[in-house]
Design a protein around this ligand. Structure first.
Ligand code: GAL
Length: 578
């Protein structure tokens, strides 16, 4: 099937991205118009095929030798033998062996779901296969100098596009019951809207059917940051309200196709983070006149509208679906008992979780501390929009990796709010991983490539309780991503040294016990998804930072269970209601 789109190219800076590519004159429609005398505003339109679009904006991509869908190979039984005990419960006084304790007052309810997660651009590879159009991440990895610290790309990644059957078979063999994946928008719609790519729909059909075949519940995310490049280049992506209709149409295609076999849906993944990517690097995408400081909030505005529109549509197609968006963040611990730090904590909630959670779970509109800022430039939501947004989340899906201490800026909150050049503006709160005294960290640090991430599992019960008390989600709370980057894992060269991941193992055991405490206190936690199914492209850190509960040899694409995979499953099975 031929996919084409008409793309207007501005003369000047944006053409710089095509300087290393041969320009596809054969398909260019001679349709140049001069709109004014300055060269910067000379425009022309071309009709481009998907391949042209790749050639101009991304260039050549790598492929892997396994490039058709493969049947799973047998999982060696030796790889399913649990590791030597890594996590030691306390020695009772005077005894020589660890006490195998079980707290009989703890329990995961029978219908508690536990699984693993991945995301399309991070794991699929096969970026040009079967008609996929480029996403902004293909440009960020291929073209933007130093955007990825290691110069890695997602071209091959974990080759999941061809090896998904093996991947599903492997997690099923471990006893994992749920698999959360994301759908690549630019596979389904190579230009973000327009003609549908049937081959991509058939691919995800088979992936979903394979999950069912192995007794694994599939959960699908519509958008995990891989925006179709065409939408960024034609109207600025999430900066424009045009995204709302295009996202809704994409959601319609996907819901219509899969609603009878996928019950759990996430619309957008972590808008706090992907909206924080704006402003995108200059000269690679459509230029915008929106000031840098405003861009994340325009993105957030359209993300709320797009999410809620897709939510309403999904419910109209199948009212039994569970549809939510995934938010992210950690517990915000006042660093001291000062009133300034208490105020800073309120600002930190308002500019993070509450930015999206207040509209969806409470009011249909922004928290007042955030509204004070955004009402200076964003349009007010109309009453119809408020009604659409309010209540558009069935569960509170939170990606909750860590926690932070929060404090007022040194100059004080009021001075910061009055000074747009303050580096903490507009949030005007500060964070640290260190307890007051600046000596002890909140917990052991992850890899140096993830300075935002320390193990802070002690704070999980109070955090979950805070979410329940504040946003009162009707379908409970899911920890929809959690995990840790094992420190310096990328420096380990022998397989046995890679496969024992003690910090990650301890993280999962302690985190799951923290959830058991929360459950015993009456917090309705419904499920967990470990990030990640295996090591993958960790965005700007490339493959240098590892989050997997499986190791992937990127040269051979062989997968190996790490110890943490067993620890995660064991602690759940130990406490799961029989
Ligand atoms: C999340 C994100 C994932 C993964 C993870 C670890 O924010 O959704 O894609 O990268 O962090 O950093």
């Amino acid at each position: 099937m031929a996919f084409t789109a008409v793309l207007a190219l501005l003369a000047g800076a944006r053409l710089a991205v095509s300087q290393n590519s041969s320009f596809p004159t054969s398909t260019a429609a001679a349709n140049a118009t001069q709109t004014s005398s300055g060269t910067g505003s000379l425009t022309t339109t071309f009709e481009l095929s998907v391949d042209d679009f790749w050639d101009i904006y991304v260039g050549p991509v790598s492929t892997f030798s396994i490039n058709t869908t493969v049947e799973p190979t047998a999982i060696p039984s030796s790889s399913l033998i649990p590791p030597p005990s890594l996590y030691y419960p306390p020695f009772p006084g005077g005894q020589q062996v660890p006490l195998q304790t079980k707290n009989e007052s703890w329990q995961f309810p029978k219908d508690f779901w536990y699984g693993v997660a991945g995301a399309a651009y991070q794991i699929e590879g096969a970026v040009k296969a079967e008609g996929r159009g480029p996403s902004i991440w293909d440009v960020l990895t291929h073209r933007v100098t130093n955007y990825i610290v290691t110069n890695d790309t997602g071209d091959v990644a974990d080759n999941n596009y061809y090896q998904y059957k093996e991947d599903i078979a492997r997690i099923a063999a471990l006893g994992i019951k749920t698999y959360s994946f994301s759908i690549s928008w630019s596979r389904i719609l190579p230009f973000g809207s327009g003609t549908v790519n049937e081959a991509a729909l058939a691919h995800y059909d088979d992936l979903i059917d394979t999950c069912h075949q192995y007794g694994v519940t599939p959960m699908a995310t519509l958008y995990h940051w891989d925006l179709p490049l065409y939408l960024q280049n034609t109207y600025g992506g999430w900066l424009s309200d045009s995204i709302v209709a295009d996202f809704t149409e994409y959601a319609r295609i996907v819901f219509n196709r899969y609603h009878s076999k996928v019950h759990y849906w996430f619309t957008i993944n972590e808008p706090i983070v992907f909206c924080g990517f704006y402003p995108l690097p200059q000269n690679y995408f459509k230029a915008t006149t929106i000031p840098d400081v405003e861009q994340p909030y325009w993105c957030g505005h359209h993300a709320l509208l797009a999410h809620s529109s897709a939510y309403r549509l999904g419910k109209s197609i199948n009212s039994s679906l569970s549809i939510s968006f995934k938010t992210n963040g950690g517990y915000k611990i006042p660093r001291t008992d000062s009133s300034a730090d208490a105020d800073a904590v309120q600002r930190a909630w308002a500019f993070n979780e509450a930015w999206f959670a207040d509209p969806v779970f409470l009011t249909g509109d922004y928290p007042s501390l955030l509204k004070d800022f955004v009402s200076g430039f964003l349009p007010d939501f109309t009453s119809e929009q408020i009604a659409q947004i309010n209540g558009s989340g069935d569960i509170f899906a939170h990606d909750a990796y860590t926690s932070d201490f929060v404090m007022a800026p040194d100059s004080g909150i009021a001075a910061c709010v009055a000074n747009s050049s303050n580096e903490l503006y507009p949030g005007c709160y500060n964070t640290t991983k260190l307890y007051a005294g600046d000596y002890w960290a909140i917990g052991p640090a992850g890899d140096p490539g993830t300075p935002w991430l320390n193990k802070a599992t002690d704070w999980v019960p109070v955090f979950l309780k805070y979410i329940q008390d504040t946003w009162k989600p009707r379908g409970g709370i899911a920890v929809s991503e959690f995990g840790i980057s094992e420190p310096y894992e990328e420096l380990r060269t022998s397989l046995p040294s890679i496969l024992i991941d003690p910090l990650r193992s301890q993280y999962y055991v302690d985190y799951m016990q923290a959830i058991l405490i929360a459950l015993s206190e009456g917090v309705n936690v419904v499920g967990t998804l470990a990030w990640s199914i295996y090591d993958n492209l960790e965005w700007t850190s490339g493959y240098s930072v590892k989050f997997g509960i499986q190791y992937v040899n990127l040269t051979t694409q062989e997968r190996y269970f790490k110890a943490s995979a067993f620890e995660y499953v064991n602690i759940i099975e130990k406490y799961l209601e029989k």
